[in-house]
Design a protein around this ligand. Sequence first.
Ligand SMILES: O=C[C@H](O)COP(=O)(O)O
Length: 345
Amino acid sequence: MTCHYARRYARLVTMSLKADAPKAPTPPTPPEDSPSALADVTASDASLRRFLHGLPGVDAVGLEARAASLGTRSIKTTAKAYALDLAISMIDLTTLEGADTPGKVRALCAKGRNPDPTDRSTPPVAAICVYSDLVATAREALAGSGVAVASVATAFPAGRAARSVKLADTAEAVAAGADEVDMVIDRGAFLAGRYLSVFEEIVAVREACGDAHLKVILENGELATYDNIRRASWLAMLAGADFIKTSTGKVGVNATPANTLLMLQAVRDFRAATGRQIGVKPAGGIRTAKDAVKFLVLVNETAGPDWLSPTWFRFGASSLLNDLLMQRQKLGTGRYSGPDYVTVD
Ligand SMILES: O=C[C@H](O)COP(=O)(O)O
């Protein structure tokens, strides 16, 4: 990347980060020279480092204050009904336990495709997310439902394996019928500043995905700083991620309003710079309808309404659906059902 491009992109990002209001919903026309500019950015370890370290530093206090203030917004009852259904339709209903069985995955698939058998107006979830060896089971259980199969891959959650193993893991998941692959980045390489190695690995996994969508998990809880989360977001987007995802759900700090807000800014700015829209998936620790609605407010106010659909925003969650169903039922009938209303996963 030339200094000219570094300055130009840094300026563009700085400008768009200054505005609090969401951007216009129509994707802007990308700069005419954007492909060559992006190729320059990733031409070498040095140019990639220059670009990532040229991104504006994150004002941590401002970021957290903004996330907290958006979290206090209340929404009207009519908007709440819409928000609950939207949140359900955005769930990647997840089971990622060592003790997972085909039976458990089949039960989860049945729940995901028809979350409330007493109310057929309840939308299905977006996807069922499982380990790669259970993809075939999920594929069969979801046949004809329109619910996607997502598979974690690349030696999830640690990502500590040879690249050949990670690529084989990805290829197997896709061959078994995964529509979406959730990979983890090599945090060790990232934190050591070996950005090009992380970039190349994402590119290789992207290739192994074929037509499957690629979600790139940054594992924010291990990246130590907000500046690193911004850098990792840009790195993943430059490498061809379809989605950037906060966390595996397996470390101490997972999705937070602040780190999700930061990633929403990144996808907004990336689209302004390149014309390419990338999705965002907060995952881990999102368990209540109240929290889900707060995240939807963040999406609307930061990236904008273009991201308010399952195509561009997902919740990675194992138990959020239960609370959304309880709140949905309360909204419809004025009371909560008994404890048997939702299945316990
Ligand atoms: O990607 C999804 C997470 O692993 C699920 O986390 P959770 O059990 O905290 O909802």
